[in-house]
Design a protein around this ligand. Structure first.
Ligand SMILES: [Fe+2]
Ligand SMILES: [Fe+2]
Length: 388
């Protein structure tokens, strides 16, 4: 045990995330998402399917309660959303430009002299606003498919009947999320993007890990925690009513999913050794770095003919954007704290999150409390009753 711990204490950034300097842009942009010729991507999921003969429903009362809530919270992506809404993406992107939006950058007052963007006018900034939206929604859609696959895997691998039941409701939720993001992209926006390489790497790692609790940590805590925050920001900032509605409905589900992760992991982490917990801390750090790398939006810059590394150097100076990016971790950090991951062992993850500039969110509301505060019933019913 001591040997393992010593070895783990020495694991470097290069071993954990493939580079020594977390801010090495050349290394970050070296990774490009693959376009598979046959339109499929195959990952071995290395899992053992687990039957249980203990059918006692409610043996884990909190999971049981969440399952009952999930059954009453279903909505229909085909009929509950206002798909007949007319969406003029270019008009919205133009208004955003007039309001100071600059695609993946957040501050319209940056000094761009000497960069390719110095000569940009209205046409290019409106175009990048549209491309950025296409890119964001495409990444949401790919991430949702990752959640669909991971949750189906949890149904197989988790040993507890209450968790299998709950995960089955989440499979249906995720199918609906893929469906509605895909439909919005196809019918309301102006193009698709392949999966970002960093997001792809993370999803592959989550799917390939044979340990069922790692699926939860990667997906429910990290990916879905970030998604919940990102959907919330987009819902607050978009003026488009259909997208607002779609995001509000998806978020009502996502809050439950994150709570499912916290509830399940609390139980299993309490029996783990220091070395096992350290591996979970390292995985949480790797996931946080992958998600931060993906936010650079490198495919958008590529499509606009700008080197992503040049754009990243400007983005780095953009204090508004740096603040915004760290806020996206506002759901993840309190949940890691609740799971005991921040301070376990020698507080390794607390140190890493401090270096990343995200530790200040540790006392934000955790997601279990958020779900308990949620009104009963589906978002569509609440909408109809005027209470969402
Ligand atoms: Fe989802
Ligand atoms: Fe989800």
């Amino acid at each position: 045990m001591a040997l393992t711990e010593d070895h783990q204490d020495m694991r470097s950034n290069a071993e954990l995330i493939g580079r020594d300097d977390v801010n090495d842009f050349e290394e970050i942009f070296h990774l490009v998402g693959a376009i598979e010729e046959d339109g499929m991507h195959v990952v071995e999921d290395n899992c053992a399917a687990m039957f249980t003969w203990d059918y006692e429903k409610g043996a884990r009362p909190k999971l049981d309660k969440l399952y009952e809530k999930a059954k009453k919270s279903q909505w229909n992506g085909s009929t509950d959303l206002a798909w007949d809404t007319n969406v003029d993406q270019e008009k919205i992107a133009h208004q955003a430009y007039l309001d100071g939006a600059t695609g993946p950058l957040a501050n319209p007052d940056l000094d761009l002299s000497g960069t390719p963007m110095a000569t940009w006018g209205e046409t290019e900034w409106v175009e990048i606003n549209m491309q950025y939206q296409n890119w964001m929604l495409s990444q949401f859609m790919h991430g949702e498919q990752g959640a669909l696959l991971c949750t189906a895997k949890i149904v197989e691998t988790v040993p507890w009947i209450d968790a299998k039941y709950y995960a089955a409701t989440q499979v249906m939720d995720e199918a609906r999320h893929v469906e509605v993001f895909s439909r919005y992209l196809d019918t309301k926006l102006s193009g698709h993007y392949q999966m970002n390489g960093h997001l792809g790497l993370l999803l592959d790692d989550i799917v390939a890990d044979s340990r069922w609790d790692m699926t939860y940590l990667g997906m429910q805590i990290m990916v879905e925690g970030l998604a919940l925050a990102a959907f919330g920001f987009m819902a607050q900032t978009t003026p488009e009513p259909l997208l607002q509605q779609l995001l509000r409905y998806v978020m009502a589900d996502e809050a439950r999913h994150v709570a499912f992760g916290v509830l399940s992991l609390q139980e299993i982490y309490s029996d783990m050794t220091h070395a096992e917990i350290r591996e979970r801390q390292e995985f949480a750090f790797e996931a946080a770095i992958r998600m931060r790398d993906r936010m650079q939006g490198q495919e958008v810059w590529d499509r606009m003919g700008v080197s992503p590394a040049a754009a990243a150097k400007i983005a780095e100076q953009d204090v508004t954007r740096v603040d915004f990016q760290s806020l996206l971790f506002g759901k993840i950090v309190p949940n890691c704290r609740k799971l005991g991951l921040l301070d376990a062992g020698d507080g390794w993850l607390r140190e890493k999150f401090t270096e990343m500039g995200i530790i200040q969110f540790e006392h934000f509301e955790d997601t279990e409390a958020e779900v308990q505060a949620q009104a009963e019933g589906s978002p569509a019913e609440r909408d109809a009753a005027g209470i969402l």
